[in-house]
Design a protein. Structure first.
Length: 321
């Protein structure tokens, strides 16, 4: 059994649990408990009350001393679920302790430069640790099928990308920028415009890809989560909306009222998959283990996270000029 521990004991570490309808894990703890290759042995937080709450509810031992936990447990997998400002420190500590696998919550670090430094340390180790950055949407069936439809041009070339997000550029906006890079990995991105008037935490901006595809990103200053992406093709429009809980496929068809004109009409969306979480957390953990065993980079890693953080920083830098 692979020995696993948690660094940070908040929602994403263990409190979000799982989807009762499908069993899809929604946090690190449940993904570990569900995976027959892994045993969750401990969790760390600097706050004694958080540690006691975790242990009382899970039956898993807790530590308030991170070095003691790493020394006693000698984990094979460490999930880093601490606040963003501690990510680089905790990744470095795990690399120094030669932890084989690190499951790192996003954003990977506070800046693209920090991410690059972590990757340099990792890649120059005698036996490099495997680091998976938890942009879990890359492991969702919906996004994987959308990527395949784009690459095969099933509905023709993409004409426009529209993205909505709320709750912060780093928190939710970064998810969608990572998906953008996942869908279009071989293109450069030019920032054309950015603005955050009246919505300082959720700027809107426009990117142009090197294939001239325009990406409109609209930030929304709201108290609810809003994560949507729509891809307009020559022959269809595909939408993944409401934080992945709704999918929609509209195909171009003839307009029965106006002969010679065409419009978009709802169609069966089965080819985009089933809406929901699609076991993305569980698949991410499987990718971490498999990539470590076979010595390849996982689907979401420090290099892909670096590209996404660069896009975030382009927007932030534009706003400060």
């Amino acid at each position: 059994m692979l020995r696993a521990v948690l660094i940070g004991l908040g929602n994403i570490a263990w409190k979000f649990s799982h989807d009762n309808n499908t069993g899809s894990s929604l946090c690190h703890k449940d993904a570990f408990l569900k995976n027959k290759k892994v045993s969750l042995l401990a969790g760390y937080a600097p706050n004694d009350a958080h540690v006691k709450n975790f242990s009382m509810n899970t039956g898993v031992i807790g530590f308030t001393n991170i070095n003691q936990m790493l020394e006693e447990i000698k984990p094979d997998i460490v999930s880093i679920c601490s606040p963003q400002e501690f990510h680089a420190e905790h990744v470095t500590l795990c690399l120094e302790n030669k932890v084989p696998m690190i499951w790192l919550e996003k954003p990977a670090a506070g800046s693209a430069d920090e991410i690059k430094k972590l990757e340099n340390i990792r890649s120059t180790m005698k036996t490099p640790s495997t680091i998976l950055v938890n942009f879990q949407r890359r492991y969702s069936e919906n996004y994987q099928k959308l990527k395949a439809l784009i690459e095969k041009e099933i509905y023709g070339a993409p004409l426009l990308i529209e993205i909505n997000y709320s709750q912060g550029l780093q928190l939710n906006g970064s998810h969608m920028l990572d998906i953008l890079i996942y869908l279009f990995p071989n293109f450069d991105y030019e920032l054309l415009w950015a603005d955050n008037k009246n919505k300082p935490n959720n700027p809107s901006f426009i990117y142009r890809l090197s294939n001239n595809l325009i990406v409109n990103v609209s930030g929304i200053e709201s108290d609810f989560h809003n994560i949507d992406i729509r891809v307009v093709f020559e022959k269809a429009r595909i939408s993944i909306e409401h934080c992945d809980m709704s999918i929609r496929l509209e195909k171009v068809s003839n307009n029965k009222f106006f002969p010679g004109f065409r419009l978009l009409k709802d169609s069966n969306a089965d080819e985009i998959g089933v809406p929901g979480f699609n076991y993305s957390f569980d698949m991410a953990l499987e990718d971490l283990i498999e990539s470590n065993n076979k010595k390849y980079q996982p689907q979401s890693n420090l290099l892909t996270a670096f590209k996404g953080q660069e896009l975030v920083e382009k927007v932030l830098n534009r706003l400060t000029k």
